[in-house]
Design a protein around this ligand. Structure first.
Ligand SMILES: [Zn+2]
Length: 225
């Protein structure tokens, strides 16, 4: 496992946790089921005791940069579109489609679209992981949402998928919130089945993509702002 020297504290903690989880798992989980811990230095979970704000921010920034770089190369494109690759999470195809439909109906300034691995800004993966479901990125264009089999049977699976996708769109965790909030994640318990972002969450995503995308596009085009 490689650690960068200037990694933020939260990422170091996550990296150490990943290393420990990886060590304990080596015999229990097939190599193909869980992603390689070395590929991720930060992640945000569906349920947890603290907000992984830096990890979430890193994923969002990597995605918005990826979308802006494609737009800079193709200025005629009409909508701000985040492309995902769902080919490595076939069990969750229905949940991913529903999450996409929910988000595309809820926000105006960014759209999710299914695409190939080569064109994707992020991907979905599935498997067994004691950490549960999470969004993970190395901050350099290889972010993915991991959907854990056990947790998706315990909690409403469409809510888990839409929640993790909310991280990609820029929203932080807020575990103390009510079931009506998507980003409260596992906080309200397993009985919560709401998979829709509330009005404040929708407004926040629209605001992030209105302001953040213009800035990312200027950077991709090499303009000062
Ligand atoms: Zn979360």
């Amino acid at each position: 496992m490689r650690l960068r020297t200037r990694m933020p504290k939260s990422a170091r903690v996550a990296a150490i946790a990943l290393a420990l989880a990886g060590a304990g798992l080596s015999t229990a989980v097939p190599a193909s089921a869980a992603p390689a811990p070395e590929s991720s230095v930060s992640y945000v979970k569906y349920e947890g005791s603290s907000e992984e704000a830096k990890a979430n921010r890193a994923f969002f920034e990597a995605v918005i940069r990826s979308v802006a770089e494609k737009r800079a190369a193709n200025p005629q494109a009409a909508a701000v579109t985040v492309v995902y690759d769902a080919s490595r999470a076939p069990t969750f195809a229905g949940q991913i489609a529903r999450s996409t439909s929910i988000w595309n109906g809820a926000v105006a300034n960014v759209k999710l679209q299914s695409g190939s691995a080569s064109s994707a800004d992020f991907s979905y993966r599935e498997g067994n992981d004691p950490r549960g479901s999470y969004a993970s990125t190395n901050g350099h264009g290889s972010g993915y949402i991991f959907l854990d089999y056990a947790q998706n049977q315990q909690y409403d699976s469409t809510r888990v998928t839409a929640h993790e996708t909310g991280h990609v769109l820029g929203l932080p965790d807020h575990y103390s919130g009510p079931c009506s909030e998507l980003m409260s994640g596992g906080g309200p318990g397993t009985s919560c089945t709401n998979a829709n972002p509330n009005a404040a969450e929708r407004a926040r995503v629209d605001q992030l993509w209105a302001n953040g995308f213009a800035e990312a596009l200027d950077k991709a085009l090499g303009k000062a702002r």
